[in-house]
Design a protein around this ligand. Structure first.
Ligand code: G3P
Ligand code: MG
Length: 257
């Protein structure tokens, strides 16, 4: 129907089969500017990152609940101010080459992704009990830096998905799980999620085919080899999250060794 708007369009219409997981985190410290730049350099057009909040409610790009593994600091992320987090080194743990890499705020992330023309899957990783505050902080970041590309939200945390449905209703949402729940349909209905993201280790051909037949888009983490990715695509999985985008993108830029 000419002139009519496609009201069923979702971020999945734009999703590419390869998503750089925490950026190209096989090559650079995860969730940093370096890993996002590396992902784009290797040919990824989508990146997944994790977002949580600081003690003063600033959305930041970080996976763990504490800063011990991925920075030179110690302690819980939620107990540090944005200023304290900005002072941490988020690169040296990975390699001295990345010394000085910083934890990105979500506004840094949006600015960089705009520059790199990267579409984003933001996985909401709230501290339990701070789900709504995390989504509010994300909404604030999106107000400060309008995003020019496609944004897909996801979470393992249903309260985060409820908050996203209420406060960021314009963005497509996915439910993250490890194994696919038998009542996957109800879980999606309950959370208002369009897509289902599950762990590759829990691959089950029959249920995946059912989900695909129902028209529900699926993505699968974390897949670092070409054969597994192909098997998943054949079963109807739309995209895979990978630490090594160049292994899955056929015409990828070769990685310098
Ligand atoms: O969003 C997919 C994947 O990132 C979920 O697991 O632990 O790597 O955040 P995790
Ligand atoms: Mg994640």
């Amino acid at each position: 129907m000419s002139g009519s708007q496609n009201l069923t369009a979702t971020a999945y219409d734009q999703l590419s089969p390869v998503i750089a997981h925490r950026g190209a985190s096989g090559h650079a410290p995860e969730n940093t500017a370096a890993s996002l730049r590396k992902g784009a350099e290797l040919g990824a057009t989508w990146a997944e990152v994790d977002v949580a909040i600081s003690s003063d409610n600033v959305a930041v790009v970080f996976h763990d609940s504490d800063v011990n593994r991925c920075t030179d600091g110690r302690g819980l992320l939620i107990q540090k101010t944005a200023r304290e987090l900005a002072g941490l080194d988020a690169g040296s743990w990975y390699s001295p080459f990345y010394a000085g890499e910083r934890i990105l705020t979500m506004t840094d992330l949006l600015t960089l992704a705009n520059e790199l023309c990267l579409n984003l899957n933001i996985e909401i990783k709230p501290t339990i009990g701070r789900e709504t505050e995390t989504v509010w902080a994300m909404r604030e970041a999106l107000k400060q830096v309008p995003f020019n590309h496609t944004l897909l939200l996801s979470s393992f945390n249903v309260h985060a998905l409820y908050a996203a449905r209420e406060f960021l209703p314009d963005f497509t949402r996915a439910l993250n799980v490890e194994a696919i729940p038998r009542d996957w349909r109800n879980r999606l209905d309950e959370t208002g999620a369009t897509g289902l993201h599950f762990a590759a280790d829990f691959f089950e051909e029959a249920i995946i085919r059912d989900i695909h037949a129902a028209g529900t888009p699926m993505a699968c983490y974390t897949v670092n080899d070409f054969e597994t990715a192909q098997k998943l695509y054949r079963s109807g999985v739309k995209a895979v999250f990978t630490d090594y985008p160049e292994r899955l993108i056929l015409n990828a830029t070769p990685v310098a060794r």
